[in-house]
Ligand binder design. Structure first.
Ligand code: FE2
Ligand code: FE2
Length: 419
């Protein structure tokens, strides 16, 4: 279907208002029903492994051994700088999952951030802490290094003093570190509407954060084995910027982080593995292969919650996904890993516009009742979470902001297609 530019613009500008119903009178009396997540009017489906992933024991394989992941013999001792925090952990100064998430976000040291993530998730799985409610810091604490620069200032593998395999690994470590913060920000930011979303939502994203912390630990270990450290080359801040732009809406957050950013990881994974094999670094390629396999769960969690929230909002998932990406100026380009995306539950016509041939039906399903309408409001309420308009086509950013945003999009797509 070829859409006229004017119609497209109308769609872009009307999307936000469609997604922001009136403010509910109260969140406290609402609960989120736990029906099947499959919408009868969508061809999306849940990943078959999702129930098993949710039931799985806390994964303690945080080292990469000779044959693959293995349990760490002992946790690295905290540095003197973090000793106080370490002792505080044991004193349970954080009384809820949300508070733990905020602590992780406020922790700059990458190793400590990863270890705190794991500790927090274990506390949650052991049933020792409730979800709680708190606000996340404005931005996550980060170490002095790597220096955060614009994408064009990051040295290419040819211009980097790091060998190509270490260059790839450093980039991946940076993505995993960001992924820890992205997942915890989702837990903490939306903790104030936990009664609406239900505990499984927070359990899922805390689980994602724990997975990411394990991935980061493997990357860090392997970088060290190659003689390098995280911070040895500059990095960009694009991933966190995407997170900020979706801080006003849970459905936008789910669409952009797990279903766009994490899905890009599925696309890039096999190419990275092949590249590393070609470079003769089978150990790193095995780490990347395992990480890519585990990322399917994260995309699947996103699809599952996207379907759930859409159903509660009475919206068609496919069209809502498309509208959100258009409004947020997120453009998707291949090459796509169709098999992995399909396994994760993402129908091809949601992201591959070259495949579109049929008109979608009206996005607005009948709201079943007032309760569902109120849930929709709670999921996308601009008063509760003021929606960021950075880069939105509905605002009037100055030209430098527009340029910067475009540069970021181009850089992210370039990075994805060149990996
Ligand atoms: Fe990861
Ligand atoms: Fe992930």
């Amino acid at each position: 279907m070829v859409m006229h530019a004017k119609s497209l613009m109308h769609l872009l500008t009307s999307c936000t208002s469609n997604l922001r119903p009136h403010r509910p009178t109260s969140y406290s009396s609402l609960s989120f029903s736990r029906h099947s997540h499959t919408n009868t009017k969508t061809n999306a489906s849940e990943w078959q492994g999702l129930p098993g992933w949710r039931r799985s024991r806390v994964n303690e394989n945080r080292r990469w051994g000779v044959k693959g992941p293995e349990e760490a013999a002992e946790l690295p001792l905290p540095t003197a700088h973090h000793k106080k925090n370490y002792e505080n952990e044991n004193e349970n100064t954080c009384s809820s999952l949300a508070e733990w998430g905020a602590l992780v976000l406020s922790t700059a040291d990458p190793s400590h951030k990863a270890r705190l993530s794991h500790y927090a998730y274990k506390q949650w799985c052991n049933g020792k802490i409730p979800i709680g409610a708190t606000k996340p810091p404005e931005k996550p604490a980060r170490p002095d290094k790597p220096e955060l620069v614009s994408p064009k200032e990051i040295p290419s593998p040819k211009n980097s003093f790091l060998p190509h395999n270490a260059h790839i690994l450093h980039n991946l470590a940076h993505i995993e570190l960001n992924a820890i913060d992205l997942a915890w920000d989702t837990v903490v930011r939306f903790s104030t509407v936990s009664e609406v979303l239900g505990s499984q939502f927070f359990s899922d994203f805390a689980h994602v954060a724990d997975d990411e912390s394990r991935h980061f630990s493997w990357c860090l270990q392997r970088l060290g084995e190659l003689g390098f450290r995280y911070g040895d080359m500059p990095a960009h801040n694009l991933l966190w910027r995407e997170c900020q732009r979706t801080s006003g809406s849970v459905i936008a957050r789910i669409a952009v982080i797990p279903m766009v950013q994490e899905a890009r990881g599925l696309d890039a994974g096999p190419r990275l593995v092949q590249k590393l094999v070609g470079l003769g670094d089978n150990r790193t390629s095995n780490i990347v292969k395992r990480i890519a396999e585990e990322e399917i769960a994260h995309v699947a969690v996103g699809v599952s919650w996207f379907l759930t929230v859409c159903r509660k909002m009475g919206r068609m998932p496919d069209k809502t996904f498309t509208e959100l990406l258009e409004e947020l100026d997120v453009e998707l380009k291949g090459p796509f890993n169709y098999a992995a995306r399909t396994e994760a539950g993402m129908p091809r016509d949601w992201y591959d516009t070259s495949n579109l041939g049929t008109e979608r039906c009206d996005n607005h399903l009948d709201m079943k009742n007032e309760k569902e309408r109120m849930i929709a409001q709670a999921c996308c309420d601009p008063h509760h979470f003021p929606i960021s308009h950075e880069g939105s086509k509905t605002t009037n950013p100055d030209l430098s902001e527009v340029y910067e945003r475009l540069a970021c999009i181009v850089a992210m797509e370039k990075e994805n297609s060149e990996l």
